[in-house]
Design a protein around this ligand. Structure first.
Ligand SMILES: Nc1ncnc2c1ncn2[C@@H]1O[C@H](COP(=O)(O)OP(=O)(O)OP(=O)(O)O)[C@@H](O)[C@H]1O
Ligand code: SF4
Ligand SMILES: [Mg+2]
Length: 324
């Protein structure tokens, strides 16, 4: 694969002083091609946001990379200094959050917010930046005559605000957009529009996309490949259509048993209740497969050590003793 990004054995811990350290990511390993749209699927607490933040060098205080590497265009971001990271953040890798209202400045007009991002990374005159900002807003569906470009965030719907955030995210023509539950706070119609927009930008601008979601239906609409995460580990990786129709890992099978419904505005409403039991405590993991306590297909070996990667086909990997 001609990869843009290679995450190698990435292991991340959270542990403020006096707390038991939590293993939020463990040996996460995957590659992403420059023209690929990849989905990260997993229930709450599986490490999706931690992975997104690690890719941007934005782990919160208390979070640290314990081992592994993040190779992006030949640079290991784990070892990179703040100057290199600042150059990459928002310019080569952009992050789109779940809640657009928090990403925008409430007292600044829409076009000015895009101008601000442009001027942080590029040397442009005021006039050039304004023209570029209007171009970017047109790319996400706002014509100058729509009046949106001069509106304040509170005058826009949630979907319109998320479009503005996406205009900021593409402002410097990044090679990769990481979108962390970008449709969760939106109604059904806006969810669909944002997914179509992300998919179009991925094709039109030839940028790589990592789309994070709880909801398999969201990923089915927008990505070619899916990584399934459980308790900070990748448990399955494969082409989206194949993985969703014919999952291999017992966890993926469990969470897809409920079909592929789209529940409006649903991060909280939608949990994978069809997998009985709770995820393990990441501060007190037992040896063995992290899914063992909930797995209906558990075997004796599953409690002894963790399963290694098994390649089922060229582009399909699974971590489960059933396949070793
Ligand atoms: N700042 C932090 N300090 C300590 N622990 C954290 C912190 N952020 C996340 N965690 C823990 O790390 C684990 C992974 O969390 P993360 O937010 O990455 O999961 P997620 O898959 O994004 O979940 P969700 O679907 O709810 O957004 C969880 O156990 C969480 O409690
Ligand atoms: S390794 Fe064992 S416990 Fe883990 S998913 Fe496979 S069968 Fe289940
Ligand atoms: Mg998250």
């Amino acid at each position: 694969m001609d990869s843009l990004l290679h995450v190698q054995n990435l292991t991340v811990r959270y542990g403020a002083d006096g707390q038991r350290p939590k293993s939020a990511l463990c040996d996460v390993d995957f590659e992403l091609a420059g023209d690929e749209a990849l989905g990260l699927l997993g229930e709450s607490g599986s490490g999706k946001t931690t992975l997104a933040l690690a890719l941007l060098g934005l782990l919160p205080p208390g979070g640290s990379v314990e081992r592994g590497a993040i190779w992006f265009r030949g640079t290991n971001l784990v070892a990179a200094g703040p100057r290199v990271l600042r150059k990459i953040q928002g310019a080569e890798i952009s992050l789109v959050h779940q809640e657009p209202a928090l990403a925008l400045n409430p007292v600044m007009r829409v076009a000015d917010q895009v101008i601000e991002v442009l001027r942080a990374h590029q040397h442009l005159t005021g006039q050039q930046a304004r023209a570029k900002s209007l171009e970017l807003l047109a790319e996400v569906g706002f014509a100058p005559e729509s009046g949106i470009t001069d509106a304040f965030p509170h005058q826009l719907s949630g979907g319109q605000r998320q479009r503005v955030v996406i205009a900021q995210a593409i402002a410097c023509r990044p090679a990769l957009i990481v979108a962390d539950e970008p449709t969760t706070a939106l109604d059904t119609a806006a969810q669909r529009e944002i997914l179509v927009l992300l998919r179009d930008l991925h094709h039109r601008m030839k940028l790589a996309l990592i789309l994070i979601s709880h909801d398999p239906a969201v990923l089915a609409a927008a990505v070619q490949r899916i990584l399934v995460m459980y308790a900070g580990r990748i448990v399955e990786d494969g082409p989206a259509a194949q993985l969703l129709q014919n999952p291999s890992h017992p966890y993926t099978r469990g969470l897809l048993r409920c079909g592929l419904p789209v529940i409006p505005g649903s991060a909280q409403a939608r949990r994978f209740d069809c997998v009985p039991g709770e995820p393990p405590d990441l501060a007190a993991l037992s040896p063995g497969c992290a899914f063992a306590s909930r797995c209906p297909e558990r075997m004796e070996v599953c409690g002894v050590c963790a399963p290694a990667e098994t390649r089922l086909a060229q582009a399909q990997r699974v971590w489960c003793f059933k396949y070793e």
